[in-house]
Design a protein around this ligand. Structure first.
Ligand SMILES: [Zn+2]
Length: 226
């Protein structure tokens, strides 16, 4: 069986995390969200983890070569032998180039990039409507999952607030970053013939189903190529 090396691409609020976790369960491939593996490297005090921690402690961004190193270590592990699911990386064209170079050294390549397409309007609607309880972080949504009493957590009765991450200005900034820095990756991967576009504005179950079909079709095509 050929390996399945997947990258999830899409704006904040596109549901990449949800789909990544499902793929992780369905395909039994390790799911690497960038923030998580950086934190794990720091926690495990690997050499690169210690380097990353130095930048984080100083309040600086962790440089690309350190992030790529941490990710390459994860991808080169036994757990990722049959493939992997990357979420949140690469985020820029230089990162994508660095990832390709690293994978090439390992005799591997990004096989499929799943672009979960969601309009800015829908991102604002999804993220801007989130309300989080101050006590335990329970999450509600004014439109999709409203609490019984406005502004009050159903579970523990504590106050619901809009987190900084979910305020309109932050969302607009994150979207601007996405369009400027990450969206060029759509063209980058399209040129390499590995991009698959999915309409992310539908129900997560439907998106998951389309991902399943897309991957099944690709497998068939690959088998025919052999
Ligand atoms: Zn709560």
């Amino acid at each position: 069986m050929s390996e399945l090396n997947l990258v999830l691409l899409g704006p904040p609020g596109s549901g990449k995390g949800t789909q990544g976790e499902r793929l992780n369960e369905d395909l039994r491939l390790p799911y690497y969200a960038t923030g998580d593996i950086l934190r794990a490297a720091v926690r495990d005090e690997t050499e690169l983890g210690r380097t990353a921690k130095g930048y984080m402690d100083a309040g600086d961004l962790v440089p690309d070569d350190v992030i790529v190193g941490v990710i390459a270590e994860a991808l080169d592990s036994e757990a990722a032998r049959d493939g992997f699911i990357l979420d949140g990386f690469p985020r820029t064209t230089p990162q994508a180039e660095a990832l390709d170079a690293k994978l090439d050294q390992l005799g591997r390549a990004v096989g499929t990039v799943l672009l979960i397409d969601v309009s800015d309007e829908e991102v604002v609607r999804r993220l801007g409507g989130r309300r989080t309880c101050v006590e335990n972080g329970h999450v509600f949504h004014v439109e999709f999952n409203p609490p019984e009493r406005e502004g009050v957590c159903d579970i523990d009765g504590s106050e619901l607030i809009t987190r900084d991450d979910d305020n309109p200005e932050t969302i607009r900034n994150r979207l601007a970053q996405y369009h400027e820095k990450t969206e060029p990756l759509v063209g980058y991967y399209d040129q390499r013939g590995v991009l698959r576009r999915l309409d992310g504005e539908r129900d997560p179950d439907e998106v998951a189903e389309e991902i399943r079909r897309t991957l099944a079709t690709m497998r068939l095509e690959q088998d025919e190529d052999v």
